[in-house]
Design a protein around this ligand. Structure first.
Ligand code: C2E
Ligand code: MG
Ligand code: MG
Ligand code: MG
Length: 292
């Protein structure tokens, strides 16, 4: 209703009151309820694995909204609205809490891989973000090295100074930084020289095309060599086939993430998937349940 919208003060940056901004306000009002409901914002988790042994090397948190009427919503359906609103901070807090709770659960099962959390561009221009991360780590008594923050290149080139400072503070505190969707921005190489990162994730489009396109293969090879020279971990995103696995191994790529090894899984299923990957060398996990 009206009172709720007024109380929301979502701080939308564009002032147009068209249908889509009305929809967005409704969505954001529902999202506030979702925070209160406790079981609507959930994470699905997807392991990254060693390409040869299939052993897990990490695990990425991918947010889902179990909307009471519309069913499960993917990030593309609600994140843009969240990112333009004041709800970004409580949203990020919720995602960090869920991700660190998941990591604690893996530890309890003897699996100590780091958890990767995607970070919105706007968080990296927020000077309070490093403190939010530190507080989340403290709440969960988790060492900073267990957390990887995935950022995208578009973030890295806009508002460069503040982003550099935020990233420097996070890394000084021991948090790892991963450059997500590597190769899709026009300044991939520039980003790597400017910002120290711990990992690069080769964008799925190159993995998709590498079998048919020599150019895509060359990008993958270049990223793998870059990672080796810089001492930065390299993960190929979106691996779906055994042919892609063989091609990535031939190019010297150390690790990958994608449906070929394991689909994103609800938190209560991921320990089993991680254990299965760890224990069955070179085996592919039978998807326990389709994600979307
Ligand atoms: P991303 O970080 O690049 O995540 C990889 C996306 O590829 C995920 O989509 C994942 O489900 C999908 N994927 C994984 N393996 C495969 C595969 O083998 N084939 C194909 N076709 N797709 C695969 P999803 O979960 O819809 O997430 C989309 C994007 O939303 C993410 O891209 C990330 O940028 C963003 N995102 C997800 N969770 C969060 C979050 O908690 N916070 C923020 N700020 N962004 C998030
Ligand atoms: Mg990611
Ligand atoms: Mg990515
Ligand atoms: Mg991607």
């Amino acid at each position: 209703g009206r009172a709720r919208e007024q109380g929301l003060t979502v701080g939308t940056y564009d002032s147009g009151q068209d249908a889509s901004s009305t929809d967005r306000l409704a969505l954001l009002a529902e999202l506030q309820d979702a925070f209160a409901a406790d079981d609507q914002i959930v994470l699905h988790l997807q392991p990254a694995v060693d390409l040869i042994t299939a052993e897990p090397t990490g695990c990425e948190a991918l947010v889902r909204w179990r909307h009471p009427r519309r069913g499960q919503l993917s990030p593309a359906e609600f994140l843009p609205a969240v990112e333009r609103s004041e709800l970004l901070i409580p949203f990020t807090r919720r995602v960090l809490d869920l991700a660190l709770a998941a990591a604690a659960d893996w530890t309890a099962h003897g699996i100590d891989v780091p958890v990767s959390v995607n970070v919105s561009a706007r968080s990296l221009t927020d000077p309070t973000f490093p403190a939010q991360v530190t507080e989340a780590l403290r709440r969960h008594r988790t060492p900073a090295s267990r957390l990887v923050l995935e950022i995208t290149e578009s973030v890295a080139i806009s508002e460069q100074e503040i982003v550099d400072e935020v990233l420097a503070r996070l890394r000084a505190g021991g948090v790892q930084v991963s450059l997500d969707d590597f190769g899709t921005g026009f300044s991939s190489l520039a980003s790597v020289t400017r910002m120290p990162v711990d990992e690069i994730k080769i964008d799925r489009t190159f993995v998709d095309e590498m079998i048919d396109s020599a150019a895509a293969g060359a990008v993958v090879r270049g990223a793998v060599e870059l990672g080796a020279r810089l001492g930065v971990r390299v993960v190929a995103e979106g691996i779906e086939t055994v042919e892609q696995r063989a091609a990535l191994i031939a190019l010297g790529c150390p690790s990958a993430q994608g449906y070929h090894f394991c689909k994103p899984m609800p938190a209560d299923k991921i320990v089993q998937a991680l254990s299965q990957l760890r224990d069955s060398s070179s085996a592919k996990v039978t998807p326990l349940r389709a994600d979307d």
